[in-house]
Design a protein around this ligand. Structure first.
Ligand code: HEC
Length: 265
């Protein structure tokens, strides 16, 4: 019954963003949904993709080291972004997946990065599915991004700088919209990402199923979309800027709990 109600609400909502309920209503409805998040299908798909041989080397991703050793997926997501000695870079989970696809599976960099995020009406991308499954492999875990290597700490400082940097036609920074609590744009509440509580809530709830789009979105996509809201040039997946901003938020969120996949309007 709950499920039937859920899907009818989903259908109604997917007919137009304008019909998405206001915040209070949305919270009630999210509570009602409980575990009925359509992201479960995407989680299954991501797991399947991890174990599917692909590319010229016809390899699965099982040899991929997400920081806890080859093939260890449980609890790996909450430690990102983190430094990897083999690439000498701080990476987010998306950049690490791309690295594994190109090195282990021998796939072409251009083709694996050509379209990381779905456009409206798409059915989801490989990156979205893999990230969603990996996040689910950390569900309930404590957010604990690595900050031991100097490069990881530098990434945080850079992220903080970018977060407060004002530019673009409206002279917006991330902080313009995300430095106070109780702020709203139209009906959408804006978390204070400089506070632990706001960052923990936000960081811990992505990837998320976006009801208005009928798709699971990753934090990398969220960054790109806020760049668009900020009227800045398109943010590239796996770029230093994207990873720096994610490091800033993840470190502010440290100690919070991973509840993804979330459910968003
Ligand atoms: C013009 C205002 C604006 C600016 C500037 C902006 N955002 Fe956002 N951001 C939003 C809105 C609106 C939402 C909620 C979107 C929704 O619910 O559809 C949001 C949502 C988010 C979320 C998800 C929060 C959650 O709890 O789900 C994160 C994380 C985020 N923004 C980060 C950033 C970062 C980092 C920057 C700077 C690169 C930034 N935003 C710049 C308006 C903005």
């Amino acid at each position: 019954m709950k499920t039937v109600f859920f899907w009818s609400v989903c259908l109604a909502l997917s007919l137009g963003a304008a019909r998405v309920p206001a915040d209070g209503v949305f919270d009630q409805y999210r509570d009602l949904m409980g575990d009925d998040n359509p992201a479960v299908f995407v989680i299954d798909e991501g797991e399947e993709l991890w174990f599917t041989a692909q590319g010229p080397k016809s390899a699965t991703l099982e040899a991929c080291d997400l920081g806890l050793g080859s093939g260890v997926t449980a609890g790996a997501y909450v430690r990102f972004p983190r430094y990897f000695a083999d690439t000498n870079e701080v990476m987010d989970v998306e950049a690490r997946l791309v690295h594994c696809m190109t090195t282990i599976q021998g796939r072409d960099l251009e083709s694996v990065t050509a379209k990381p995020y779905s456009l409206r009406g798409d059915l989801g991308t490989e990156i979205e599915a893999l990230v969603t499954w990996l996040a689910a492999e950390s569900e309930g875990e404590t957010i604990a991004p690595e900050q031991t290597h100097a490069a990881e700490r530098e990434m945080y400082v850079l992220g903080e700088e970018i977060f407060f940097y004002r530019a673009g036609p409206h002279d917006f920074s991330c902080a313009t919209c995300h430095e106070q609590s109780e702020m709203r744009i139209r009906l959408q509440s804006l978390p204070d990402l400089t506070s632990h509580a706001g960052a923990a809530n936000a960081w811990g709830s992505w990837p998320a199923y976006r009801i208005s789009q009928g798709l699971v979105r990753t934090m990398g996509w969220r960054m790109r979309d806020c760049f668009r809201q900020q009227r800045w040039p398109e943010l590239q997946m796996g770029s230093t800027t994207s990873i720096a901003l994610q490091t800033y938020m993840a470190v502010n969120a440290a100690g919070g709990v991973m509840s993804a996949p979330g459910l968003k309007r």
